[in-house]
Design a protein around this ligand. Sequence first.
Ligand SMILES: Cc1cc2nc3c(=O)[nH]c(=O)nc-3n(C[C@H](O)[C@H](O)[C@H](O)COP(=O)(O)OP(=O)(O)OC[C@H]3O[C@@H](n4cnc5c(N)ncnc54)[C@H](O)[C@@H]3O)c2cc1C
Length: 535
Amino acid sequence: MTLYVAEEFSEPETDVLRRYFTNLDQPVFALVNLPEVVKGALFARYSRSSKSLRRLFLDEFVGDLDITGDDTIDATMGLERAEQLYDRVFLEYGDDSVAQLGGVHLACEQASNVLTKVLEWGRLMSYLEQSTRYIAYDTRLGGRYRYWRDPDVARSHLGTRYVADMDRIFDAYSEAVPIMQDWFRARIPKTSDDSDFVYRQAIRAKAFDAVRGMLPAASLSNVGIYGSGQGYENLLLRMRAHPLPEARHYATLMLAELRKVIPSFLRRVDLEDRGVAASNYLADVDERMQAVAGDLLATVNPDPAPTVTLVDHDPEGEIKLVASMLYAHSDLPERQLESLVRAMSVDDRMAVVRAYVGDRRNRRHKPGRALERPTYRFDVLADYGAFRDLQRHRMLTIEWQRLTPGNGYTRPEAVDLAGMTAGFDRAMDRSAALWEALDDGYPEQAAYAVALAYKVRFVMQMNAREAMHLIELRTSTQGHPAYRHVGQEMYRLIESEAGHPAVAEMMKYVDLSPEADLERLESERRSEQRRMSRD
Ligand SMILES: Cc1cc2nc3c(=O)[nH]c(=O)nc-3n(C[C@H](O)[C@H](O)[C@H](O)COP(=O)(O)OP(=O)(O)OC[C@H]3O[C@@H](n4cnc5c(N)ncnc54)[C@H](O)[C@@H]3O)c2cc1C
C-alpha cells in the first residue's frame, strides 16, 4: 500500500539513476556509490526545491560528476563478503557498538508534517527537510495538492470530506500567497542596491512565512536523513510501535531499503524476541500511560499559559557554573570550589566568567562544557510551525503534546493588514471542524487536519550551552518571527526570572530587535555575492 506519486524517468535517466539510488519507484530510498559530499549537497537542495532528489540529481548534479566507469556498480556489490566479515567482527565485539560505525543517507519523500517529527526524533542523526519558506505549496504533484491521504480515512465515510476540505484549505493558501506578495511589494519597495532576483526571493519568503500557518500538518515534505545503523535501528523500533499508520508504513519501506545497504546492522528489528519485543514494549507503555493519564486528568482543563514559561532552574546555577569553569584549571575537589565561589565577590566571579567566555567574535565561538551545569526547563505554547522548526534541535530534551485545535491559533499581523483575516480564519475553522470529525474514529489521523497556525504545547529542557546555541541562532533576524519570539522570551526568562545575568551576558549574539521588514534580504544578498564571486 502506497499513495506515492511515482516519477517517470526516461530509459537513459533510469540507466544513470539505478547506479546511485536503491530504487526508482518508491518514496524511500538510499543513496549509494556517491562521494559523501555529493550526498550531503543533494540533501541540502531539498530545503529550497520542490523537486524529488532523483530529479535534482539528474537536473543539477550528473553534469558535474564524472560517472564514466560507474556502469557496473550495484548498490549491493560485495555485500555478501562484507556480511561474512561483519559476522566475524560481531562475534568479537558485540553488535551494538559496531552498528554505530556504519551509516546511510536515506531519503524519505512525500512524508506528512506529522511524520517528519517522528522521523526527526533521534538525537544522534542528521536531517534536512523542505522549508515552508521557499517551497510554494500551491503547486501540485501528479495533479493533486501536496498533502497526505491516509488510506483508512480515504476508504471511510470521511474520505470525500477529507479531500474536499483539504483542497479548500490549499485553495485558500494558494489565493493568499499572491495577495501577500503584492502587499509586501507595495509596503517594502525594492532598493536600487538589490537585484530583481534577490528582492523577489525575499518577498516570496516573507509571503510564504505569513501564510504558512494555513497549511495543514498533512502537508508533504521531503526529508533527507543521515545516520548510523544503530540510529536507524532505534528509529525503526519506535516507528513500528507508533500508533500513526503512516509511521508504520514508512518503517516497512525504510527497513527494506536500509537492508539493501546495511543488512547486518538491522538484523534484529523484526526478530520476534528482539526488535518485535522492544517495539511491543514501547507500544504497551504508551497504552498504559494513555489509560492512567486519561483516568487522572481527563476532566481537568488547562490553565491559561504564556508562550514560554520557565518551569525549572537552579537558583544556585551561576555559583555552580563558576565552580565548573574553574574545575579543569584547579586541583581542588568540586565541593570545595563551590564553597570558595560562594564566598567570592561578584567582581571575582565575573572575572572568571569573562575569562572563560573569552573574546567571542561570532556566535560559532562557543564556550566550553562548564556551561552544561545550569539547566533550564521551558514549557512552550507556540504554533505548530514554530514547533516544527524548534523540534530540530537535538542537544536537549524535547517532548510534545497531541496536536489539536484546542489551544487556539496565531495569525500574523501582516495577514490582518493585508485584509486577509477572513480567509485565514475560514481556513482555521475548516481545519478545526475536519479535526473534530476525524477525532471520532481516527484520533491519530486527526492531527493531519490541524493547520500549522494552531498552537501545540511542548517542553524544552536544556543546559546553558545549548540555550546559548539555540537562542542565538533562533533569534537571528533571518529566522521566522514565530520562533524568534520563543527564543527572545527564553533569553528574557534566563536573565530576569532565573536571575542568571552572567549566563545572559555570555549570550552576546542574541538579537532582541523586532521583526525585520525583509528578513531574508541580507542572506539573499550574501548568497548572490557568493554566486557572483564564484562565477
Ligand atoms: C534561518 C534558518 C533556516 C533554516 N532552514 C532550514 C531548512 O530549510 N531545512 C532544514 O532542514 N533545516 C533548516 N534549518 C534548521 C537547521 O538546519 C537545524 O536543523 C536546526 O537549527 C537544529 O540543528 P543545530 O545543528 O542547529 O543544533 P542542535 O541540534 O541543537 O545541536 C547543537 C550543536 O551540536 C552539534 N551537532 C548536533 N548534531 C550533530 C551531528 N549529527 N553531528 C555533528 N555535530 C552535531 C552542532 O554543532 C550543533 O550546532 C534552519 C534554521 C535556521 C535558523
